[in-house]
Design a protein around this ligand. Structure first.
Ligand code: PLP
Length: 410
């Protein structure tokens, strides 16, 4: 289980080298991970930690998932990259099974979540001009306060997080931001040039913000009536995390476009996708969009296994059951160091009472107790363990969180 000594780098050296030569675009917790297995990771000194972040849900199926690693290893020996200049034998099966999982016609594979979002924006604009008949260069897209869709210059341009956008302009025009959860504001923002509403069904980075129950259904109704595409960014919320295949399923809403990423690559490869029907995604013609690595054989081999696991419905059911278990514990902390708990399935945002400490301080206390969590927006702790987590380990993490809340500030 443990592999202490297999790392050639000490924790001190690893931290020093990073500090000296890695750009400081993150402020990681002081743990140097060397290996992982299921919901557990091991640091360079052989200490084990329960991973309750799961790489922002990219590791939904656990570290070193045997089925996914086997698929990757088999494909490594065969072929890993052809470019889309040629066909390869796994793209067809991958797009066919992903389209079936989503109930759509077509798939456009990319690599990162941000690329899926960028692709969705391009597709929506092209659809607007070529199908809806919007005047050239006039298209607009409605987005939401508190959104997180990635880090490219276009995407940060419609973020309202100063850390994400300040100093990086000028930005791409054509976006209008309205209050999250307010369908009336969306209706008011839509005009004849609106091509899409881009929404996270649950806002992840904002702190696992769950909208009112009528929000998604209302967006669906408004978009259909106004002939506007509903684009669901399910990069973090999709693929099992919430106890359904997609978070949109929680409200029985079918968007026009799904944006997928993170868990699609099984925590092994970056793999993202835009999934939509032919009348939408069919607007893209050869030469208009692409990616050297998008849809490569290695990523497709892993993605296929991910899709086949989800097609059984088992990960979704497990996330639902474990989520209820976790939520029951977290809800009991409200009023005892916690001011609010939000979430769905095995995904929770927990607001820590400032009297207890900052989110970062709580994350550090949890680290000392052998549990990895990450704070967001100052006071929020996010719990998103791999769906393969053992129920007893999850209970233990909740016990430790309760104890961490009681710990006196250092
Ligand atoms: C993480 C995330 C992205 C960006 O994905 P990257 O792979 O980091 O580019 C986009 N949308 C949402 C909702 C995300 O959580």
């Amino acid at each position: 289980m443990l592999h202490p000594g297999t790392s050639s780098v000490s924790a001190t050296d690893a931290l020093h080298l990073e500090d000296e030569h890695a750009a400081h675009n993150y402020a990681p917790l002081p743990v140097v991970i060397a290996s992982g297995d299921g919901a557990w990771v091991t640091d360079v000194d052989g200490n084990r930690y329960l991973d309750c972040l799961a790489a922002y849900s990219a590791v939904n199926f656990g570290h070193s998932n045997p089925r996914l690693v086997a698929a990757a290893k088999e494909q490594l020996d065969r072929i890993t990259l052809t470019s889309r200049a040629f066909h390869h034998d796994l793209l067809g099966p991958f797009v066919t099974e992903l389209a079936a999982l989503a109930g759509k016609d077509l798939v456009l594979p990319m690599n990162t979540g941000a690329e899926a979002v960028e692709t969705g924006i391009k597709v929506a604009r092209a659809w607007g001009y070529r199908v809806k008949g919007v005047a050239a260069h006039a298209a607009n897209i409605v987005v939401f306060h508190g959104n997180f869709h990635g880090r490219t210059t276009t995407i940060v341009g419609f973020s309202d997080d100063p850390d994400a956008r300040d100093g990086f302009g000028p930005f791409t025009p054509g976006f209008r931001s309205v209050a999250y959860g307010d369908a009336g504001a969306v209706a008011a923002a839509i005009d004849e040039n609106t091509v899409a509403v881009l929404v996270e069904p649950i806002q992840g980075e904002a702190g696992v913000i769950v909208p009112p129950d009528d929000f998604l259904p209302e967006l669906r109704r408004i978009c259909t009536e106004s002939r506007v595409l509903l684009i669901a960014d399910e990069v973090q919320s999709g693929l099992g995390r919430v106890g359904e295949t997609f978070a949109s399923d929680l409200w029985s809403v079918v968007p026009d476009v799904y944006l997928l990423g993170k868990a699609l690559g099984g925590g092994i490869m970056p793999l993202s996708a835009v999934v939509a029907d032919r009348e939408v995604l069919g607007v893209i013609r050869p030469g208009e969009h692409g990616s050297t690595f998008g849809g490569n054989p290695l990523a497709c081999a892993i993605g296929l296994e991910v899709i086949r696991m989800l097609a059984t419905g088992e990960p979704q059911q497990r996330a639902r059951e474990l989520g209820e278990r976790m939520r029951g514990r977290l809800d009991a902390f409200v009023g005892h160091g916690v001011t609010a708990v939000r979430g769905a399935g095995l995904w929770a945002g927990v607001d820590v009472d400032p009297v207890i400490g900052t989110g970062r301080e709580l994350a550090e206390r949890m680290l000392r107790r052998g549990i990895l969590v990450k704070d967001t927006h100052g006071a929020t702790i996010r719990f998103a363990p791999p769906i393969v987590v053992d129920p007893a380990d999850l209970d233990w993490a909740m016990d430790e969180f309760e104890a961490a809340l009681r710990e006196r500030s250092a």
